[in-house]
Design a protein around this ligand. Structure first.
Ligand code: SF4
Length: 268
């Protein structure tokens, strides 16, 4: 007897996986939606997912309900995760997803767009087959925006204040300017992130940002410096983009959502 195949879409609270959930809603009736909750996501992400859930008319299963980030931080003896030691992605995103999937045949829907050449999460579990409907159907950044706008759901609200991706409010992949925006928009979450930082007895410091501890970063002179440098780099980026347009003239991809290209499972 052939085994039943499950259809699962792992959402991050980001625009691409949300648009894919909306896109697949009427195409694959038996699809299951899941969200690997670290318990430290942006406030807006939780609200956004609630709205999406109502629109989908189906539960988004929240994983990790018993062991979020703080549990694993204890297990790791207070070692904050970092780009070099990403235990958070492994234990709070990949592992719970694979456990939820189990051993039955599964088709996993991944929200990589047609205009991206990033590599998405592809499980090495032999029973999981990843598929990329946006790539197959030629849906690019503009297509994703259209799906979100047409549904009335719109883009994730954190984009309005300049955070570029979903994931934990203290994510170490965010740029200094995003920390400044978090400080100005959600001072309570900035403060909560700050409380995780410490200097150990042997003088080793645990900070989210490589350049500054958050208590340094929040100082007015550093905030002003970060804003100044960001404005300069934006000017430079726009000039480069104009040059690129002149070179390519036709057919060039518009890099409108210039996001950090890390931790896809948290950010798609
Ligand atoms: S969003 Fe950042 S901090 Fe959170 S699990 Fe992903 S990589 Fe880790």
């Amino acid at each position: 007897m052939s085994q039943h195949t499950r259809h699962i879409l792992c959402m991050s609270g980001g625009k691409d996986s949300t648009a894919l959930a909306l896109y697949m809603r009427d195409r694959v009736k038996e699809i299951e939606y899941v969200f690997c909750d670290t318990d430290k996501e942006l406030t807006e992400t939780y609200e956004y997912l609630n709205r999406v859930e109502a629109f989908l008319g189906k539960k988004i299963v929240r994983l990790n309900d018993r062991a979020g980030f703080d549990h694993w931080l204890d297990v790791f003896g207070g070692y904050l995760p970092s780009p070099q030691m990403r235990w958070c992605t492994r234990l709070l995103k990949l592992k719970p997803f694979e456990e939820y999937v189990g051993d039955e045949p599964v088709i996993s829907y991944v929200g990589l767009r047609a205009d991206e050449d990033r590599v998405g999460y592809i499980s090495t579990k032999p029973n999981i087959k990843a598929v990329f409907p946006f790539k197959e159907d030629g849906i690019d950044y503009a297509g994703v925006m259209k799906i979100l706008e047409d549904s009335g759901i719109g883009m994730p609200p954190y984009l309005k204040w300049g955070r570029t991706h979903s994931g934990c409010y203290f994510c170490f992949f965010q740029r200094s300017i995003e920390w400044v925006r978090l400080l100005e928009t959600h001072p309570e979450q900035f403060e909560a992130a700050e409380k995780y930082e410490k200097v150990s007895a042997d003088g080793k410091s645990f900070t989210w940002n490589e350049r500054f501890s958050l208590s340094e970063l929040r100082k007015p002179e550093n905030v002003a410096e970060i804003k100044r440098r960001y404005a300069e780099s934006e000017e430079q980026r726009k000039a480069n983009k104009r040059n690129k347009r002149l070179i390519h003239v036709l057919g060039a991809m518009d890099d409108e959502d210039d996001e950090p290209k890390a931790c896809l499972i948290c950010q798609l």
